[in-house]
Design a protein around this ligand. Structure first.
Ligand code: ASP
Length: 346
């Protein structure tokens, strides 16, 4: 039962709230009032809904760390007033925002559900209504003791609820835009919403919500490919002020065995740069040392990213570097720990 529940919807933008510009033909952020027009259902359910629109609404390509921080602050400031939160967001960078928020909102015990759509709300075949209405229902869902059923940062899209920091945008055309490759959905919505409790993370309700919004953006992604040159690798590892690198490797975390690559990585680690191995595969985990072609990474001081997504690893690095300042050892230690369900360590 959801009666007397209240949910705050924070509208950031994205296709869900866009309209076609008659001049250019391109989809552009529109006026939030169209929601009142196209989705009168929002105000006629037994869940009280308040709306907090960004002004202006943005395409999620323009999302950035200060806006993640703004979102986390809005949730923090309104935490006691609402049973749950829904964030409407463009799909392009939704997985980054969900990952960042999962680290920024420590001890979260209420649902924060991100959703959006592939077609604008005003389009007849739009997936906006279904996604938004179900996200609101999930955000308000409580058990008999009045505790949230899914007290996590999640993404709800096309009938599935995923852990936010496990998601990747996989399709720019299909309604099923997201997938959580290494972790099963937390819930599936059909006629009823089925929650898989054994997969849901429950925080300690006795601990207060803590805001962790310090971010260090001195990070980079280095994607390996056959033929990558020494010049390219050294240029990236030589970026001034660089503190951490997501090293996108092959298979179970393998890299070319060139001596120059080993030396470049080892030199960067010695200079205090944290390098984390993230496989380019969508499923499966990094296993450093399984093949000879990853043993040298281990020797160079590269850390394992296990089965984390690039989105979660990048935002975890930004968050850990921001919160821990110059304490690189502590950042390295925390990178090897599952903080909020973002990775599985066997
Ligand atoms: N470009 C849009 C955005 O991410 C795409 C979407 O919403 O699906 O804001």
């Amino acid at each position: 039962m959801n009666s007397n529940k209240s949910v705050l919807i924070i509208f950031t933008g994205g296709t869900i709230s866009m309209m076609r510009d008659p001049q250019t033909g391109a989809l552009t952020p529109a006026d939030i009032n169209q929601f009142r027009e196209f989705m009168p259902e929002l105000f006629h359910s037994d869940i009280n809904v308040d709306m907090l629109p960004f002004d202006p609404l943005i395409d999620s390509s323009d999302m950035n760390p200060p806006i993640w921080s703004k979102l986390a602050n809005i949730i923090y400031d309104n935490y006691s007033k609402y049973d749950g939160f829904v964030i409407t967001h463009g799909t392009d960078t939704m997985a980054y925002t969900a990952s960042a928020l999962s680290f920024m909102l420590e001890n979260l015990c209420k649902p924060v559900v991100l959703t959006g759509s592939q077609l604008p709300v005003g389009v007849l075949r739009s997936d906006a209504k279904e996604n938004l209405l179900t996200a609101i229902e999930i955000a308000a869902e409580q058990d008999e003791e009045g505790n949230a059923v899914v007290p996590e940062v999640c993404i709800f899209f096309e009938a599935k609820l995923y852990r936010g920091n496990r998601c990747t945008k996989k399709n720019s055309e299909h309604f099923a835009a997201f997938k959580s490759y290494n972790y099963d959905p937390l819930a599936v919505a059909g006629v009823h919403i089925h929650y898989f409790q054994h997969l849901i993370h429950y925080g300690d309700i006795n601990k207060p919500l803590r805001l962790r919004t310090k971010i260090d953006q001195n990070v980079a992604i280095l994607k390996l490919f056959p033929g990558i040159s020494e010049k390219t690798v050294k240029a990236i590892l030589g970026i001034e002020g660089l503190r951490a690198v997501v090293l996108e490797t092959y298979g179970s975390g393998n890299a070319p065995s060139d001596k120059w690559l080993f030396e470049a990585l080892q030199d960067a680690v010695k200079r205090g740069i944290i390098i984390v191995d993230k496989t380019q595969c969508l499923m499966g985990s990094v296993e450093l040392g399984r093949y000879e072609t990853s043993l040298h990474l281990l020797e160079a001081g590269v850390l394992s990213g296990y089965d984390i997504t690039t989105e979660a690893l990048l935002t975890k690095l930004m968050y850990l570097l921001g919160e821990n300042g110059d304490d690189t050892d502590e950042v390295r230690r925390l990178l090897q720990i599952d903080l909020c369900g973002e990775m599985t360590i066997d």
